[in-house]
Design a protein around this ligand. Structure first.
Ligand code: ADP
Ligand code: MG
Ligand code: MG
Length: 252
């Protein structure tokens, strides 16, 4: 599935603050793109706007999924269309078992697509199969969603959610702070296991380390609400070595 973002301008709904100032980028089907950039450049805002979160106003530009107007869709419609967003701070849902959560999410998606709900037997079979492939302990499936999970377990869970929903466009917004090397490895292995010619990824990250394990096809650098440079994986290495200073100086 391809994602096309064209000249996207976004401001805060309640404040006169422009955050995205003309983001243009294209992720073709089957490719993995990374967005890097200094803190405060608007990376998370971009992922929130694509997911349909409240509080932002699109003032100009467009975003389409395989040509369909993403910004006109309700959040559930975006998920049904194949969009998945994994966030920096996974929500804890006390009292709701992980299995129940996964089943509800999956069935909501099926319903929005006009498909029948999975029977509990079929669901169990599917979740066990996915957990096994991703080497996820079945015990984690019984616990309340993310409650008391370690950083690594939350990441595993995120990847499991992604595997269950079989999205075609995955957006991951990762602050690497708080993610140890093992957790980062989990995310990278999960993404790599789910890579396919139909599925695309937009991986947002602060540091190059994550990209050591996920070899992105394309790297975009974002600063002050715009993509200021696009290149190959070598761009991430350049940033790791030299910081953003030179790139920012180039655009003035
Ligand atoms: P990044 O993810 O690249 O660090 P963000 O998208 O989180 O950047 O933030 C971009 C800018 O927008 C920052 O200056 C941030 O303070 C501001 N911003 C984002 N959301 C809000 C909000 N809800 N209220 C006030 N400022 C916000
Ligand atoms: Mg930030
Ligand atoms: Mg962020």
């Amino acid at each position: 599935m391809s994602l096309n973002i064209n000249n996207l301008h976004v401001k805060l709904e309640d404040e006169d603050k422009q955050i995205l100032k003309g983001v243009t980028l294209e992720v073709p089907a089957g490719e993995v793109h990374a967005i890097m950039g200094p803190n405060g450049s608007g990376k998370s805002t971009l992922s929130y706007v694509l997911s349909g979160r409240d509080g932002y106003e699109v003032t100009e530009g467009s975003a389409t999924l395989d040509g369909a107007d993403l910004l006109a869709m309700e959040p559930e419609e975006r998920a049904a269309a194949g969009l998945f967003l994994a966030f920096q701070y996974p929500v804890e849902i006390p009292g709701v078992g992980n299995m129940t959560f996964l089943r509800t999410a999956l069935n909501a998606q099926r319903k929005a697509r006009g498909e029948e709900e999975l029977s509990s037997g079929d669901f169990l079979k599917l979740v066990r199969e996915k957990a096994k492939t991703l080497k996820i302990d079945a015990e984690m499936l019984k616990r309340p969603v993310n409650v008391g999970f370690s950083g690594g377990e939350k990441k595993r869970n995120e990847i499991l959610q992604m595997a269950m929903l079989e999205p075609r466009m995955c957006i991951l917004d990762e602050t690497d702070s708080g993610l140890d090397v093992d957790a980062m490895r989990l995310v990278a292995d999960g993404v790599n296991a789910l890579r396919s010619p139909e599925r695309s990824f937009l991986v947002i990250t602060h540091y190059q380390r994550l990209l050591d394990h996920i070899r992105p096809d394309v790297v975009h650098i974002m600063s002050n609400g715009r993509i200021i440079k696009t290149g190959g994986p070598e761009l991430a290495i350049e940033v790791e070595q030299n910081g953003y200073g030179d790139l920012l100086a180039e655009v003035g």
